[in-house]
Design a protein around this ligand. Sequence first.
Ligand code: ADP
Ligand code: MG
Length: 311
Amino acid sequence: MNNSIALKISNLSKIYKLKNNKSLQALSDITFEVKQGEIFGLLGPNGAGKSTLINILAGTVIKTEGLVNVWGFDLDLNPRQVRASLGVVPQEINVDPFFTPKKLLDIQAGMYGIAKKDRITDQILELTNLTDKANAYMRSLSGGMRRRLLVAKAMVHQPPILILDEPTAGVDVDLRQKLLENVKELNKQGVTIILTTHYLQEAQDLCDRIAIINHGKIVALDKTENLLAEIHLKKIKFKIKNFKNIGDKLDNHLVIEYSKNNEISIKYDKTIINIEDIISKIKEKGLEIEDIMTEDADLEDVFIKITHESN
Ligand code: ADP
Ligand code: MG
């Protein structure tokens, strides 16, 4: 991975004008960069402003303020070069039902003015695992295949940056996995990836760096591992010999979660309490411990902490 900048967004704001003279600030003063070769995640709850940001890049929403630079091109000065540098897979799936996948990709390539001999349609179909559906009826494609077809469509002009808005929303588990593998493969081949998601696990598994966005503002931005390390929360799980309900709290701070297999788990702040103290509190309640398992906090904990602080 080199350190050149693929995307630079500076002080970007978007205010939607609504009816009866009202307005809605969807993005306020967003600034960040994405490096070439990265998989960069924009993580945030519904309504956070993720699609607004993507749509500004895609050219379907007009920004209110700020600067956008894509692959060295300024959005205001060189919108065509910006468009050529990006492949955007929108959140909404709508594929034209009248074309086969192969035909659709050919039409798209034509729209980008790519000569027949320079088209890589078959290669793209291969990469998105759609080769055997190349000439299929569109209505025979599953949701996951349609989503992959949109990825394929976004790649016909071989842009250096691929942007995916909630790529796995509404896609079932198996196909989600496949889609994410396709994305990783594209990244290995050198494509810079920017994706939005509200699935924490997905961002955690896939992204080199993550920006957490809430109410139109960036509330955290770091390497995924740093975001995870920043939080002091740990989880500990106990298998209990004489399993019984001892209430929902171990003390004022420590909440008990019960799960099957006679297990209870407790989240704790490792800067405040240590494991020995937790163990003795459990023994005080009359429980006999059979086994102990620890887990680090996951991105969900980080997310809850950060969005809570920024609300
Ligand atoms: P996300 O993709 O993170 O769910 P969006 O960017 O879709 O968030 O929406 C951010 C906010 O902007 C929401 O409050 C949404 O209702 C509002 N919004 C999105 N698109 C429009 C639009 N075209 N006109 C007015 N408001 C919009
Ligand atoms: Mg969205």
